[in-house]
Design a protein around this ligand. Structure first.
Ligand SMILES: Cc1cc2nc3c(=O)[nH]c(=O)nc-3n(C[C@H](O)[C@H](O)[C@H](O)COP(=O)(O)OP(=O)(O)OC[C@H]3O[C@@H](n4cnc5c(N)ncnc54)[C@H](O)[C@@H]3O)c2cc1C
Length: 497
């Protein structure tokens, strides 16, 4: 194979942003995608396309969505979400662990990067259904996440692939990078398994953007915990940690929370790895604050109504994994069933339904006596009050452990429903140490000449949790940066040699 200025490993959002920015800077670029073409695009393809960036006002948003008419704009209330708001959200959800030099880069470059992503042909729309509510005839946006990509992750990736192809980036599929080679301490080539052959591609710079290790059962068990072997993989099956393994072998410094990941409660019958023919976030089950969750022993194990789901879903996914058989049942009655989110009505949603709680228990592999006792005890503990799922209504329970702090209604009106859920891993937080310009650093904090990283491979930004929509933004910011930095590195190296 011919040699390239820059080889980008992976073909998700971060990788294609890296490839496009390197190409824009004049480099000859090759993208290596481990997946076959019909499974290209990584976790980015599976996303809802929600993307978080800092903005001042609706005018900033309208630059991304120019088709928004004046009339539509007049019906929108869009509170400012500035860089300080974004930074504080990032620090809050990571318990202050996010590394300031990387967090600042993500936040401060977010708006200019999203404008650049738009210039590449990616289209955006307002996320009315998840991020706004109607009041006095206006859509009030909240939560700093008003925008998503058109046609979710599929639309994002289709636009980036089409741009990459248009500007002459070579992309090869079923090409798995397995090793980095150096000459005079500089990256000089990548070894690739391709079509049952092992080939060497010569290059001056490599951008690693091939995900973390969420799809590698052995690495999950080793770094996150034994029970994580049982987790469902919500996204691509190809992010098995190859990039991390290659980089560490080349002297890179591991960084970030290798024992951490993002995970959620997901349909027990969801595919073991993400199904590219059914992308989109269709297996989550996010109405659990209105439920009680019961394990196989018939016990509750979390305060389902502790807070809005935005603040509990990541940690409750992990709690479900700890339950016997890694399964829990979300229980609803007919009063609540019509209020459940749209994913409960998809044909993919699996559930049990019965006229009585006893008959429901008969359909489940649960300890029936304890199951019925738990519900009876819960029903007896529900306090009076105004039930209102749109606010934290303080209509909780009294005298049971764990409590249910909000949205408690007795489960008494048939038919009754049980939605079985398990834990689905979104991505792991283990990554590499990089400079704010995406250079991969060695154990002495020095850049490894010719090695760059972006996306999930950047360690040190997310700990414990992440503010929704920041995975794509981090990929775009560090992807674009890594492509630029790689080209500057090549130019500087050519001047010297
Ligand atoms: C169901 C789901 C919904 C999500 N929703 C959102 C959302 O709405 N907003 C948000 O911000 N984030 C969301 N996320 C998180 C988001 O997907 C990730 O943070 C982000 O997409 C990671 O981008 P990336 O480019 O680093 O990795 P990926 O997009 O996963 O790309 C990695 C690429 O590397 C390739 N690869 C792996 N190993 C090799 C190898 N050895 N050689 C060559 N190629 C290789 C893979 O095939 C893939 O193409 C979601 C994730 C999931 C799973």
């Amino acid at each position: 194979m011919k040699s390239y200025d820059v080889v980008v490993v992976g073909a998700g959002n971060a990788a294609l942003c890296a490839a496009i920015s390197a190409r824009e800077s004049g480099a000859e670029v090759l993208v290596l995608e481990r997946a076959p073409k019909h499974k290209r695009g990584g976790n980015s393809y599976f996303t809802d396309g929600a993307i978080r960036f800092a903005y001042n006002d609706l005018d900033d948003i309208r630059k991304l969505i120019p088709e928004l008419t004046g009339e539509q704009a007049g019906k929108i209330v869009m509170p400012t979400y500035g860089t300080e708001d974004y930074y504080q959200d990032l620090m809050r959800v990571t318990g202050g662990e996010s590394k300031p030099e990387l967090a600042e880069q993500l936040v401060n470059l977010s708006y200019q990067t999203i404008r650049w992503v738009k210039e590449q042909g990616v289209e955006f729309e307002l996320n009315y259904s998840n991020q706004s509510f109607e009041k006095d005839g206006k859509y009030q946006f909240w939560g700093g996440l008003p925008v998503k990509t058109k046609n979710i992750g599929m639309g994002l990736m289709a636009a980036l692939f089409s741009r990459a192809e248009e500007i002459g980036i070579d992309i090869v599929y079923e090409a798995r990078a397995i090793e980095l080679k150096k000459e005079d301490q500089r990256i000089s080539s990548v070894i690739v398994e391709m079509l049952e052959q092992t080939i060497e591609v010569n290059t001056s710079a490599v951008v690693l953007a091939c995900g973390s290790f969420e799809a590698n059962e052995g690495m999950r068990k080793k770094y996150i915990g034994e029970e994580w072997g049982a987790a469902i993989v919500r996204g691509t099956e190809y992010n098995t940690g190859d990039g991390l393994t290659m980089a560490l072998a080349a002297g890179a410094q591991p960084f970030g929370e290798w024992s951490g990941c993002h995970a959620i409660g997901t349909d027990y019958q969801a595919p073991r790895v993400g199904d590219f023919s059914k992308p989109g976030d269709i297996f989550k089950k996010h109405s659990y604050p209105l439920s009680i969750m019961v394990n196989q022993e018939g016990h509750r194990f979390v305060d389902e109504g502790a807070d809005f789901r935005n603040y509990t879903y990541a940690k409750y996914g992990k709690e479900i994994l700890k339950q016997p058989g890694h399964v829990a049942y979300q229980i609803y009655d007919q009063q609540v069933r019509p209020m459940l989110r749209k994913e409960y009505n998809l044909e993919e949603a699996t559930y049990h339904k019965a006229d009585t709680l006893g008959k429901l228990a008969d359909q489940l592999p649960v300890n029936k006596q304890q199951f019925l006792e738990t519900i009876e005890e819960y029903n007896g503990a529900v306090m009076e009050g105004n039930y209102n799922p749109t606010v934290k209504d303080n209509k909780g329970t009294q005298g049971i452990t764990p409590p249910k702090s909000n949205w408690a209604l007795p489960i008494e009106k048939g038919p009754f429903f049980a939605f079985p859920v398990t834990c689905g891993i979104t991505f792991s937080f283990g990554g590499l140490k990089v400079s704010p310009n995406a250079e991969v650093l060695d154990e002495n904090e020095q850049p490894i000449p010719g090695l760059f990283a972006a996306g999930e491979m950047v360690g040190g930004i997310f700990y414990g949790n992440y503010p929704g929509g920041s995975g794509l933004m981090s990929g775009a910011v560090f992807g674009k940066l890594s492509g630029n930095t790689a080209v500057s590195y090549i130019q500087a190296a050519r001047t010297v040699h």
